[in-house]
Design a protein around this ligand. Structure first.
Ligand code: HEC
Ligand code: HEC
Ligand code: HEC
Length: 352
């Protein structure tokens, strides 16, 4: 009995000592680790902030922000330092400003509108805002100021980069990022076969004048330099055709519009619309019967498009034994005559 009691006391003693010992180890190690952890954490936060600054600013130079904003000093929009002073960095303001950047709007700083940026990812917009918020109370160094005024990837730098930027901000809503096009919305403008047939002037004229009756709006506001940059970008990754296909804009083909109408209905209307209205009539292809297209497209451009098709799109080659429909050249001349007659009929019908 005595022994048992002793044994119990002894084991309790050992257990208590052990527990204390373990506790002590745990206590010291957690304190130790937490000290190390703190160090680690603060280091991590530091790099995180630095990354954010770089990312936010980089993203903004890749987008169009610095066209209208400077870091310091008003341009079309308020300076980013001003914005940083006005808004506290809290979740409410972040949501508010993310919305404003994505949807655009005016009235907070004046009448000038801020354009919409629907294509920007929410997380990227947040990174941009982080960079803006971090400007609060900061004096902008000369080199930072310089970088903001002449951001990498914009302005006097590489025209291909500039063209890419214009395309991905102003054309991508319809032509998609990189200009790959979207069926039923807008054609692919970085397509190999399109670029083989379309001259630089054709492309620039199309952008300048738009395509009447379609969502391709005219852009007379883009400078010659901007248009050259867009063309440079479109052609930057283009691999020219192995065979030399040239469009001769001076050639005119004459055909029979009545016959052309029949052939058109059979082979083309399903995609380009009954009257060549294209996307607006629910077609998957562009409005090749509209004068906006026919005014800039030569007969030979149309012919060569139908003869060769456009790789990677619904537009196939239709002429000859390799073509989808084995059409004769004359069939295409007839179609061209039909389209041109149709367009002038539409024009006089609308009293234009
Ligand atoms: C076409 C010119 C233009 C472009 C491009 C532009 N902004 Fe703005 N931005 C403005 C104008 C103008 C305002 C002031 C709008 C107002 O008064 O409500 C503004 C306001 C802002 C504000 C403050 C919004 C508010 O309600 O106070 C933020 C933040 C901002 N812009 C960020 C950006 C970012 C980021 C980009 C690039 C993704 C960008 N802006 C691109 C013109 C532009
Ligand atoms: C299966 C659908 C389809 C059919 C059928 C079709 N096309 Fe197309 N066509 C397209 C698409 C789609 C495009 C635009 C390609 C792109 O998205 O880049 C196009 C482009 C064109 C273009 C160039 C237009 C421009 O804006 O540069 C011409 C010209 C053309 N087609 C003529 C015809 C003719 C003539 C026929 C009948 C012989 C025909 N197509 C039949 C789908 C079609
Ligand atoms: C709102 C939509 C929209 C926007 C934005 C837009 N486009 Fe278009 N674009 C179209 C449509 C639709 C067509 C085809 C029109 C037709 O039916 O002929 C087109 C046609 C074109 C063509 C002729 C392609 C061909 O196959 O003949 C070029 C080049 C072009 N766009 C360039 C641009 C550039 C560059 C921008 C930006 C500066 C731009 N577009 C912005 C909708 C748009």
């Amino acid at each position: 009995m005595e022994n048992e009691k002793l044994g119990f006391l002894l084991s309790t003693f050992i257990a208590v000592t052990l527990t204390l010992f373990v506790c002590a180890i745990l206590f010291f190690s957690t304190t130790l680790f937490s000290v190390m952890g703190d160090k680690h954490k603060s280091h991590g936060e530091e790099t995180l902030v630095v990354e954010n600054v770089l990312n936010g600013q980089e993203l903004m130079t890749k987008s169009d922000c610095f066209i209208c904003h400077k870091t310091e000093g008003k341009l079309i929009g308020p300076s980013f330092v001003e914005i940083a002073e006005k808004y506290e960095d809290n979740s409410e303001n972040v949501s508010l400003l993310v919305r404003k950047i994505k949807l655009g709007g005016s009235g907070t700083w004046g009448d000038a509108p801020m354009t919409a940026h629907p294509q920007l990812e929410r997380d990227n917009v947040k990174a941009m805002l982080q960079w803006i918020f971090d400007l609060k109370g900061k004096t902008v160094t000369a080199s930072e100021h310089e970088l903001a005024l002449h951001p990498v990837g914009f302005g006097d730098v590489d025209p291909v980069k500039k063209g890419e930027q214009i395309l991905n901000t102003q054309c991508a809503p319809c032509h998609q990022t990189g200009g790959v096009g979207k069926i039923g919305v807008a054609p692919s403008i970085r397509n190999r076969d399109f670029l083989a047939l379309a001259s630089d002037d054709f492309i620039k004229e199309t952008i300048r004048r738009g395509r009447e009756g379609t969502s391709m709006v005219p852009r007379p506001d883009l400078s010659e330099e901007d248009l050259d940059a867009v063309v440079a970008y479109l052609r930057s990754s283009w691999i020219p055709l192995p065979l030399d296909i040239k469009v001769d804009p001076s050639v005119k083909y004459s055909g029979d519009p009545q016959q052309g109408h029949i052939t058109y209905q059979t082979y083309c209307a399903s995609c380009h619309g009954e009257n060549g209205d294209g996307y607006i009539s629910g077609g998957v292809g562009p409005g090749i019967g509209l004068k906006g297209f026919l005014n800039v497209a030569s007969d030979d451009y149309i012919f060569k498009t139908v003869e060769n098709g456009r790789v990677g799109t619904a537009m196939r080659a239709f002429v000859g034994s390799r073509g989808l429909a084995n059409l004769e050249k004359e069939d295409v001349y007839n179609i061209i005559s039909f389209l041109r007659e149709q367009a002038s009929k539409n024009e006089s019908k609308n009293g234009r």
